[in-house]
Design a protein around this ligand. Structure first.
Ligand SMILES: Cc1cc2nc3c(=O)[nH]c(=O)nc-3n(C[C@H](O)[C@H](O)[C@H](O)COP(=O)(O)OP(=O)(O)OC[C@H]3O[C@@H](n4cnc5c(N)ncnc54)[C@H](O)[C@@H]3O)c2cc1C
Length: 400
């Protein structure tokens, strides 16, 4: 659908959600302004893991495969359970070809935003939005420094915590519906599984879990996450947990001889199980601002990118009907709910299994022995499962 006579769409935040929405909207002919408080290239605290669905979304956006100097290809999952049960499993080809990769966000986000600009979006860097007010038939964004910008539709893509979310009156994420995660970069890394996404559930650190993701040039992204309410109860500090994670036997063996470069940095991750408030008159929330994150793994890039596509399709419908109210933009909620909701809710429940060391040992042991349990586990981790089979539940109880 053409949006050539279209209203002005202002997008706050040029991360994956904002750049994806900007690209799809600009391609449809919309007038798009992308406001970003930082200047590119800018860092984003992340595990840098791009799931098969993320790669599929990059393809849909028209971003080709990145060279091996920029992205480390992976095609399997390597995990170590609390009791030391090891699972090595290929990502099944039915999941978007079974390929994933790790791309430093500094690089990925710059590629995405350049792509949006090439598609026709106007990027304004160094502009920080502080609030918004409704103004007759539009929305006026207030920027730091006194500037204001009028738009017909606003997309809140400003991550977590989100200024736009708060200004629209949506509640903050409750502590139990979010996590805190930290990551650090290492170099001179010699991993035992250099083509795997490696996950470690160390017993003494549960319910926190950690990862080592390979990067090109002998580097790796190493990190750890824990639910916000559990972190508060434990009274531990994340950098302290990270030190213990890196010193734990399996992780220390992987990092032997490696050096940390830069600081350990952390950020909040909102869970998709609390994604309710996403649709407003003349405004939508996308990506982390909406809470579109797999609660089990903390992965959110794919949902941010896909919510950009959903927002663009829904704005096009609103333009066609001339209705920018929640009714005219309602296709957005219908789209993301039918695609994300069941997976988010399932994965929030599966967390209960993953927090119990003996249950997790049994699931990982069963996945090593039974292909169907293994495939289901990979579907769950990738956010593609919407229900649990009896086979999986039995595996969690008896380990077969
Ligand atoms: C430690 C950690 C590890 C993670 N690992 C992974 C992983 O391996 N794989 C994965 O898929 N996901 C991972 N995630 C989650 C992932 O980082 C997010 O889900 C993803 O970045 C969401 O994209 P977004 O575009 O919604 O928000 P963001 O990427 O946060 O982008 C928001 C943008 O808005 C800008 N902005 C913010 N406020 C304003 C403002 N007021 N005005 C203007 N601009 C503003 C910011 O500068 C930023 O550029 C991880 C998260 C953390 C914290």
């Amino acid at each position: 659908m053409s949006l050539s006579s279209s209203p002005h769409v202002a997008i706050v935040g040029a991360g994956p959600a904002g750049s994806s929405a900007a690209t799809f909207l600009a391609r449809q002919g919309a007038r798009v302004t992308l406001l970003e408080r930082h200047r590119f290239p800018r860092d984003k605290i992340c595990g840098d893991g791009c799931t098969p669905r993320t790669l599929w979304m990059l393809e849909r956006l028209g971003i080709g495969e990145l060279p091996g100097t920029e992205a480390a290809p992976v095609d399997s999952v390597y995990s170590v359970s609390p009791g030391g049960v090891v699972l090595e499993a290929e990502i099944p080809p039915r999941l978007f070809g079974g390929k994933a990769c790790i791309i430093p966000r500094q690089l990925l986000d710059e590629r995405l935003v350049q792509h949006a600009v090439r598609a026709g979006a106007e990027l304004r860097e160094g502009v920080r939005v502080d609030g918004l007010e409704r103004d007759g038939h539009g929305i006026r964004l207030q920027c730091r420094g006194g500037e204001s910008l009028r738009a017909d539709v606003v997309l809140g893509c400003d991550g977590s915590p989100s200024v736009v979310r708060r200004a629209l009156g949506a509640p903050d994420f409750p502590e139990r519906e979010g996590a805190f995660a930290v990551r650090a970069y290492y170099e001179d890394v010699h991993l035992s599984h250099p083509r795997s996404l490696a996950f470690f559930w160390e017993e003494e650190l549960l319910p926190a879990y950690g990862w080592i993701f390979p990067l090109p040039g002998g580097r790796a992204n190493v990190g750890l996450g824990i639910r916000a309410d559990q972190l508060a109860v434990s009274r531990l500090k994340l950098p302290e947990l990270m030190e213990r994670f890196c010193a734990s036997p399996h992780v220390a063996a992987e990092l032997a001889g490696a050096r940390r470069v830069g600081k350990v940095k952390g950020h909040h991750i909102p869970f998709g199980s609390f994604a309710h408030h996403t649709l407003f008159d003349r405004a939508l929330l996308l990506g982390d601002a909406a809470g579109f994150v797999n609660p089990l793994t903390g992965e959110g890039i794919e949902f941010a990118l896909e919510s950009g596509a959903f927002a663009a399709e829904s704005v096009a419908e609103a333009v066609a009907s001339g209705d920018f109210s929640t009714r005219g933009l309602g296709g957005y909620a219908r789209r993301w709910e039918s695609r994300f909701r069941a997976a988010f809710q399932l994965n929030r429940r599966v967390m209960n299994i993953f927090e119990r060391p003996r249950l997790l040992d049994r699931v990982i042991r069963a996945a090593g022995r039974n292909t169907r349990v293994r495939d289901e586990l990979i579907d769950i981790i990738s956010g593609d499962a919407t229900r649990l089979s009896w086979r999986f539940l039995v595996a969690a109880v008896i380990g077969r």
